[in-house]
Design a protein around this ligand. Sequence first.
Ligand SMILES: [Zn+2]
Length: 189
Amino acid sequence: METSSWRNSTSIYIHTKTMSLTSANTEQFENSNKKYATTIITDAEKKLSIPPAKKYVIITCMDARIDPAKAFGVTLGDAHIIRNAGGSARDALRSLIISQQLLGTEQVIVVKHTKCGMLAFTNEDLFEKLGVQSQTEEKTLPCDFLPFKDLNKAVKEDIEFLKAHKFVKSDAVSGYIYDVESGRSEKVV
Ligand SMILES: [Zn+2]
């Protein structure tokens, strides 16, 4: 009985906390955007064309500790940045083909990073959390969440994947590891 009421009050607490966090995030989003549109974005930036001016793509992780614009010097209008869990080239394929074939990009830089969440789980772990055996049981799920155990190897495999793909322009592809603690990137391939 006691455990159950403790659980109930905890869940209400978490729910309330989540609700206020959610509205705080929305408020920050709306206020920041209002400021951006009225005082920050320049007239030249408003006239940028769709194809990235410097014809390159960065594929990197969705990790909240990476700011590609600041860390890699990406200026508005210069590059496509494709983000997903782990900075996976496979996961990025749909966007990459659109970027290269329809919007003229020619160079790809893959950036994975230290302390990535993708190093910390297996497909089996996640299927278990979702309460299914595997994708065969639930067709709406991807069959592979693309976790990895070895960061260096994962970068090399992504570069090999891009080079081997017949629809990817891969004359200029390179791979890096970004250190989230030092802010430095090191070239792998
Ligand atoms: Zn990551």
